[in-house]
Design a protein around this ligand. Sequence first.
Ligand SMILES: NC(=O)c1ccc[n+]([C@@H]2O[C@H](COP(=O)([O-])OP(=O)(O)OC[C@H]3O[C@@H](n4cnc5c(N)ncnc54)[C@H](O)[C@@H]3O)[C@@H](O)[C@H]2O)c1
Length: 300
Amino acid sequence: MSGIVEGRVVIVTGAARGIGRGHALEFARQGAKVVVNDLGAEVDGTGSSGAAAEVVAEIEAMGGEAIVNGEDVSDFDGAERLVRSAVDHFGTLDVLVNNAGILRDRMLVNMTADEWDAVIRVHLRGTFAPLRHAAAYWRSKAKAGERVDARIINTTSSSGIYGNPGQGNYGAAKAGIAGLTVIAARELERYGVTVNAVAPAALTRMTENLMPKGASLAADPDDIAPVVVWLSSAEARAITGRVFNVRAGVISVAEGWHAGPGVDKGSRWDPAELGSVIPALVEKAAPNALTNGRIPGQED
Ligand SMILES: NC(=O)c1ccc[n+]([C@@H]2O[C@H](COP(=O)([O-])OP(=O)(O)OC[C@H]3O[C@@H](n4cnc5c(N)ncnc54)[C@H](O)[C@@H]3O)[C@@H](O)[C@H]2O)c1
């Protein structure tokens, strides 16, 4: 098969279903060789099944190349085996898509430590661990004088970057992933690796219960893949450290935190002075975005 990622070797984590499955199939359609990682968990992260093998079978049926990998992405050694499986089987690794995820939604006042830890582990550690091992692989290639043109695409969420009540664990992990994306982009540029993230919105088993009764999110999980595949292509070499909101045909850049209005007294403040300073700064500053990412008053 030929396409914009022809011959590239790609790992997609959490690729047995939902958005990750869409990524794996589109990568294959566009000519990539795909490691379909998934431990086959339920939405809450428990259990395991062989659903990744079905995606590999679909890719093979369309004439593409793919292998199954059943590692838990949050297992540091398992993530190393995942990266090694791509190199051992296909001879190299060009693209890592960190997509695997779980949900354990709860208001903060009721959240248990286990609910917190499980979600932080799968998302944040489960993004760090494959990223860490892929980055070490690309650094060793670059140091050996080989040309590297590699990609990492992480998966964040509006829940984290804009702040959705009821998802403190998930949102904190996703905000962490957005921050990690910016840092990794700065660290890995010197090795020829770009690092970006998508904040998708689509109807999957993860989101079906979050919709108000009768409402539906008119967005197919397969709508996210074109952006992820393009970011993985040679054309996207100059783009790094960015987060993109993607829903159906809508793409927008999630503009990051930046320093707004400020003041410098030239020496330490007395708390009693700040009552006339901080409210004035907040008054001048752009408000935080709404949960849909739009600045109040500027919604489209
Ligand atoms: N669906 C949305 O609207 C939406 C919105 C924002 C962000 N996201 C993010 O997109 C990603 C995909 O979500 P989805 O909606 O397709 O959900 P999904 O539940 O359909 O798919 C997630 C996949 O990850 C796998 N997985 C879970 N834990 C794993 C682990 N430790 N190791 C390997 N695989 C594991 C699951 O088995 C599952 O196949 C997630 O990171 C999610 O947080 C989704």
